[in-house]
Design a protein around this ligand. Sequence first.
Ligand code: GLC
Length: 760
Amino acid sequence: MQTEILGNTKSVNKQGNVLIIKTKEAVAHVWVYSPSVIRINVSKSFDKNDTSFAVIQNPADRFDYTESDDEIVLTTSALKLRVSKSPLRFNFYTADGKVLSEDDERFGINWQSERVINYRKLYPDEKFIGLGEKTGNLNRRGSSYVNWNTDAALHGVDADPLYKTFPFFIGLHNGLTYGIFFDNTHKSYFDFGATTDEQMSWFGADGGDMNYYFFGAQSVEKIIEDYTWLTGRMEMPPLWSLGYQQCRWSYMSAAEVLDIAENFRKEKIPADVIYCDIDYMDGFKIFTWNKETFPDPKGLIDKLKAMNFHLVTIVDPGIKVEPGYKQYDEGVAKDYFATYLNGEKYITDVWPGRCHFPDFFRDDVQDWWGTSFTALTEPGVEGFWNDMNEPAAWGQNMPWLVKFGEYYMPEVRNAYGMQMARATYEGIRKIPDNKRPFVLTRAAYSGTQRYSAVWTGDNSAYDAHMLLGQRMVNSLGITGMSLIGVDIGGFTGDPTPALMVRWNSLGVYTPMFRNHAMQGTKMREPWCWGKENEAIIKKDIELRYRLLPYIYSGFYQSHKTGMPLSRTLAINYTDNENVFDVKYHNQFLFGDAIMVAPVESTRFTAEVYLPQGEWYRLSTEENYTGDKAIIAEAPLTDLPVFIKAGAIIPMQNVIQSTDEKGDGILEVNVWFGNEASSFVYYEDDGSSYDYEKGEYYKREISFDPKNRLISFSEVDGSFESKYDKIKLMLHGFASFSISKETGKSFSQYENDKGIIKIDF
Ligand code: GLC
C-alpha cells in the first residue's frame, strides 16, 4: 500500500487571498474566512472548481503572515496559525499564544493509497462533542465513528454509522475551545483517542482532500455561531410544524386519516399535523395517489384544513421502472437517473420494486424534481417528508461504479440525502404562494439546516433508545440543526403504556414533536393507552401548545445565530465536569431557560444535576440552589423540568391547533432571580416570508431585580401581534410587595407597542 507522510516544504507563495505551500507529496492551501475561521486544504490533486455542498461563505480578501526559515505564522485578531515548514505541520493557538490544537509531529497528514488522515495531538484533559447524529456519550473521547449514510433499520443503541454525516466536532481542553469541520463527503472516520492508546485523535476519509475549517472562538456558543455562519442557518419554520404531529406507517386510507384527525378534535387533544406514509401512493410510485384508498386527495385535504390540520406526505428517491409512469418516462427521456460509468441506468430494488435513482447532483434534475411536486402541492399537501435518501435500497450499498453528476457514488454518497432535500425545498420554494416549505429528511450532510428538518430514523420502543434519541437531538444541535424530531414512542416494537407516556412528556421538549410507529405495531395515537394515560398525554401536549410563543422565539435564535433549541449542557456549562458525567449527560436546556432531565419510564425518582445558579421546579415552584445533584420526584405525570432563576418565558392559552388565534393573551412568566436577565420575544405570521421584509414583532423583555423592574422594549417590526393583552405571571417573587402605582390591575396590560415598565 502506498503510504506517505506530508513532508518538507519546497515553496511558499501568497496568491491573492490564499497561501500556497508545496511539498513533494501535496499542495496545501490556507485561507482565512474570518478572524476565527481558517481553512486548510491539503491535496494531491487540488481542484479549485470543486465546490462544497456545505459552505456558503467565501474567504476574506486578505490576511497577515510572517515567514522565517522554519515557520510561517499567520495571525488574526482571534487566532494564530503556526505552520512548521519541515515537515509541514499545522498548529493552532489563541491570539495570545495558548495551544488549541496541533498536528502530531510524527504523522501529521498522511495518505495510504487514496485514504487521507490527519493525526492530531490529544491533550490529557481533552473532551470532544459533536458529529451530530451519533450513538455513544456526550463526551466522545475514547470513541471512534464512521460517516457513511446508511439505512440503519432496526439499529441498536450502539450502532454506527447511522443516516447522517456531520463531520464537525468541538474540542475542549484547558478551559479552551476549538472546532474542526472536515468538509469531505467520502466515507469518513473520526477517532477521539479510541485506538491510539490515548496519544492522538485522528480523522480522515477514504478519498478526496484533507480539507478542514478550523474554528478558534472561545466558547461553544460562539463556535456554533461561526459554524452556522459558514454552513448556513435555518429559515423561520412554519408555525404549524411546531405543533403536535401524528404519523404512522401508514394510515391506509383517506377515511382513516380523517378519522384520526376527527378524533383529535373530539378528544380535544391539540394537534396540527398528520402524515401519509408510503401507502397513500399507487404502488409506491412517488408523486401518485392510490385511486382506491385516496380517491380524492383535494377533498381529503380540504376536510383536514377545515379541521386546522396540515398534511405531510412521504417521498422516497427511488422511481419505479414502469413505462407509462410519468416520472419514469420523463426521467428516461431526459436521462435524469444515476448511471453506471458506461451510461447504463443503475437499477435496484426498494419499496416500489425495481427503481432508478434521480441524479440530484445535476441542476436540471434538481429542477425537474422540484417541479414534480405539483401532484402533491395542487391538492394542498404542505409538508414533504424525504425518506430512504442515504440512499437506501435492499442490499444497502450501491456499486461504486454508479455515477452521480461528475462524481462516483463513494465520493458523494454522504451528500445524496441533502441534495434531495435541497431539490425538494427549492422546488416548493419556487411556488409563488409566499409560503414556507416544510421539508423533513432522514439522510443529511452539514448545511442541511438551510433546507430541511431532520429526524433520527428508525429507533425502537425501549427506554435506552429514548435517552439516546435525546442525546442525538442535543448533538445535532451542535452541528447546526435545530428542527429535529425522534419517533416518539419508538418506531420499532410496542412501547409499554408507561414508556409512551414518558416519551410523550419528553416530546413536549423535542424541537419537532412527532409520534410515529412502524407497520404492524399497535396503534399509537394518544387515545390508545386508556383514559388515565390519555389524560396525561393530553395535558403534556397542551403544555407544548402553551409554550409555543417561547419555542417560536427559540427558533428565531436558531435562525439568527444558529443556537439550537435543544442544547446539551456542554454549551452553557462547558467547564463543569458534571455535565459530561454519563449520569447526567442526557440533560439539556430547551431554549434559554428550561432544563429537562429525561428519565426512563421505569423510574419514578431521578438523580438530576442542577448546574450553578438558582432553579425552580416547573411543576411545584420549589426553589433549589444549583451546583449539586438532587433526587427529584419523577412520576409519569411529571417529568423533572427546572426553570432557571430569572427566566422569562412567554406562553399562551391552550389552543387546539396553531391556526386558532386563542384568547389573545400573551402570558409572560418571570421566575425571580438575583441576576438581571432578558429575553427576545419574536412573533410573525408563522407562515410567509414577510418577516424578511420587516413584518415581524420583536421586543426585548427584561427583568431587573435591583431596580425591581420588568420592562418591555419598544416593538421592532411592523407585524401586529396576535395577542392584544400581556399578562404577567410572577414566580418566586413572594418576598416582594407588588406596586399598583399604575392603577391598572397588576397582572394584565394592553399590548402597547411602546415601552412598558412594570415595578414590582
Ligand atoms: C423507513 C422510515 C420510516 C417509514 C418507513 C416506511 O423505515 O424510516 O419512518 O415509516 O420507511 O415508509
